[in-house]
Design a protein around this ligand. Structure first.
Ligand code: FAD
Length: 467
């Protein structure tokens, strides 16, 4: 044994690294084990950060090519350099992953490089390039994240049949890309490659995209993406995918028809969801149990069946989002330090970083109906928002759902410019139990997109000013 810790966190993603930093801040002697070679997990290395970088860069390219001319900015010969774009993205990733390493040093978190295996409830063995080191610890947090799942019988080889990881690093623009799955990862990556010139088709098993999202917003979202040129085959099941070498043949069938169709594409992106990653942790032997979906079972305090072993992030139940993992990491660290850490699962925002963005927090109309809660709706279109109008970004709307008796805000759903940032105001309002009237009476700066939020809140009481 080379060291004794109060806490060893396995996994250096947003759940794990944030947990480790908070635990160290609270005086626990903490280590974090990461096998990837860089910190930051899926999010910083092959998830949130590189995808947002490419979304931003591809949007700039698209605007320069398609929008600038009409706005009186005449640039000639706009050309795409995919290699440079990728290196730009890689630099952003590198800066941020190194940043986490710096934060570990600053907070005195020991960074253990290698694969962590739970040897016993009080010891973790780290394997690194043939070297094996054992560490004693009072507590363990499992934050090992998730991996892209595939369809039955389909092998993702990251050549023509790719996951989001390869879709973030293609060396050239494919002529055609078929995205399997109309969730946020597929739609974000589809948007990137569409803007850069690929023909993009999305095949989705359900009759709508982005399951779980307020249906009115998801329908509007699909219409806007279709207008941008993304093709949709909804209510369609993929039957088989064959790699023909230079192309991929995708056989699919509409759920309303009996005859299959085929589509050929240069690449197909499998974006049908992610699965919790627990391989090689030794969970069975230790007695840490999983549910039927392979997620580690935890109680309200994030404890597994073994009381001093905790789990957080994508590896447990709940939305697979970086900020949800971070909140759980902080809650566990605070619980370990004797504080009362908790996560409010009713107020976890979700954002899709397409153009326009889509953002939501709280319950959708469908959920409220299911829960038998009576609600009022206030809606305001960006078409009537002055800032959106001057910026030529008038698609979308703000929709506020409030309790019909108490007026308390129960859910906010926005599709429109910059709403990924705007949703934070609504999350804060909901954390404080705000009513729609509270938001309506809050002064919002003019001219900003956030005035659409105030107007939607006024619309809950049928008194918007500008619509
Ligand atoms: P991860 O980030 O997956 O980290 C787990 C880490 O554990 C990994 O680095 C892994 O190498 C390591 N590990 C696993 N086993 C071991 C072991 N035995 N020993 C040592 N290390 C181990 N979420 C958002 O909120 N916003 C977004 O915009 C967003 N965009 C995304 C885009 C894409 C393309 C993808 C794929 C995901 C995106 N996500 C986004 C989801 C987000 O990345 C995850 O929800 C988040 O990373 C989960 O954090 P985590 O800490 O639970 O796990």
């Amino acid at each position: 044994m080379s060291d004794n810790f109060d806490l060893i966190v396995i996994g250096g993603g947003p759940g794990g690294y944030v947990c480790a930093i908070r635990a160290a801040q609270l005086g626990l002697k903490t280590a974090c084990v990461e096998s990837r070679g860089t910190l930051g997990g899926t999010c910083l290395n092959v998830g949130c950060i590189p995808s947002k970088s490419l979304l931003n860069l591809s949007e700039n390219y698209h605007k320069a090519k398609k929008n600038f001319f009409n706005q009186g900015i005449e640039v000639s010969d706009v050309r795409l350099n995919v290699e440079k774009m990728m290196s730009n993205k890689n630099k952003s990733v590198q800066v941020l992953t190194k940043g986490v390493e710096f934060l570990f040093k600053k907070n005195k978190v020991s960074y253990l490089k290698g694969k962590g295996v739970i040897f016993s409830p009080t010891s973790v063995v780290v394997y690194d390039q043939g070297k094996k080191t054992a560490y004693n610890t009072k507590n363990i947090v499992i934050a090992t994240g998730s991996y892209s799942s595939s369809l039955p019988g389909v092998k993702i080889d990251e050549k023509n049949i790719i996951s989001s990881t390869a879709a973030l690093s293609l060396s050239s623009v494919p002529k055609s890309l078929v995205v399997i799955g109309g969730g946020y990862i597929g739609l974000e990556m589809g948007s990137v490659w569409k803007r850069l010139g690929a023909e993009v088709t999305v095949i989705e098993n359900l009759p709508f995209i982005t399951p779980g999202m307020d249906r009115e917003v998801s329908n509007e979202f699909q219409k806007i993406l279709a207008k941008q040129g993304i093709k949709f085959k909804l209510n369609s099941k993929v039957l088989s995918i064959k790699d023909l070498g230079s192309e991929v043949k995708i056989e699919y069938q509409s759920n309303e028809k009996n005859t299959p169709d085929t589509i050929l594409a240069n690449k197909t992106l499998i974006a049908v969801g992610r699965k919790p990653y627990t391989e090689g942790l030794n969970l069975n032997k230790i007695g840490v149990k999983k549910d039927e979906k392979g997620r580690i079972k935890v109680n309200k305090k994030f404890q597994t069946d073994i009381k001093n072993i905790y789990a957080i992030g994508d590896v447990i139940d709940g939305p697979m989002l970086a900020h949800k993992a971070e909140e759980e990491g902080i809650a566990v660290a605070e619980l370990l330090a004797g504080q009362s850490g908790h996560v409010n699962y009713d107020v976890i925002p979700g954002v899709i970083y397409t153009s326009p963005e889509v953002a939501y927090v709280g319950r959708s109309e469908e959920q409220l109906k299911k829960d038998g809660i009576k609600y009022k709706i206030g809606k305001f279109p960006f078409l009537a928002n002055s800032r959106a109008k001057v910026n030529n970004e008038t698609e979308g709307f703000v929709k506020i759902l409030a309790d019909s008796k108490s007026d308390r805000v129960l859910g906010v759903h926005i599709i429109g410019p910059h709403c990924g940032d705007m949703i934070a105001e609504m999350a804060l309002a909901m954390e404080f139990g705000a009513s729609a009237e509270d938001i309506a009476r809050t002064c919002h700066a003019h001219p900003t997109h956030t005035e659409a939020i105030k107007e939607a809140a006024l619309a809950v009481d049928k008194r918007p000013i500008h619509f």
